[in-house]
Design a protein around this ligand. Sequence first.
Ligand code: AMP
Length: 269
Amino acid sequence: MKITKLLSESAAGCAFVPTMGALHAGHQSLIAKARELSDEVVVSVFVNPLQFEDKSDLAKYPKTPEQDALLAQAAGATTLWTPDYETIYPTETKKLSAGELGSKFEGVHRLGHFDGVLTVVNRLFEMVKPRYAIFGEKDFQQLFLISKMAAELHPEIQIIAAPTVREPNGLAMSSRNVRLNAEARNAAEVISKVLFNAAKAESISQARLELAKVKNEIQFELDYAEIIDEDNFELATEETTKPRAVIAGWIDGVRLIDNMALQPALVRI
Ligand code: AMP
């Protein structure tokens, strides 16, 4: 595997996995999927300041460059691209707007976050020119907005969604999990627990009740927990064919997000 700050033209046509580093098995699953699609797999590691409205969160973002190289190579990456800020933003970059959906759910709690995400992903796509780009369902609103942006600005790139990889206790893997101590990690189990129970519910209203049980965990400070329509992020009704539970909140100063599709059995009711 090649590790480089500057990408050569030969990356064009590859399968691409953009990340912010601190790689874990979730990222590795995306890289493995990319390798199934192409013999050339570019993994980028770039912590994008534009998507952090909270600069202390940016400063605290974990950095594990040696481990990233080992995990990326083990999963099948052929190039690990670690660009500098100036490489991505050589001049005043025109910021993309995530529109109305950019200020819902995650956007309410992270102002301007999705504008920053779309701006960097657009720049990365312009530079890498991949055939495929793989994103995790873990960040479902991000996946939705990137798919929409790519359809408009980069129709030649196929966006591939990869399922969420979880810890044995159900907690969705995240680079931020390293900041949880043992007690917080235990408390965080409540997130996936309510999601799994909501997913098994027999109606949207029952799914909402299951999800609301997250409020019983006093260590969890809820930002939002809702059942939405996957196709437009509107609140789901009993008629919604693709309902999904989305949840976010804080445990011990660490912000965690997760989501889960509700089961097809519910959809047929
Ligand atoms: P990040 O480095 O957190 O920006 O994430 C880079 C990519 O990895 C994004 O497409 C995420 O959705 C994806 N990702 C992060 N955590 C997971 C996970 N637990 N399972 C699957 N994909 C993930």
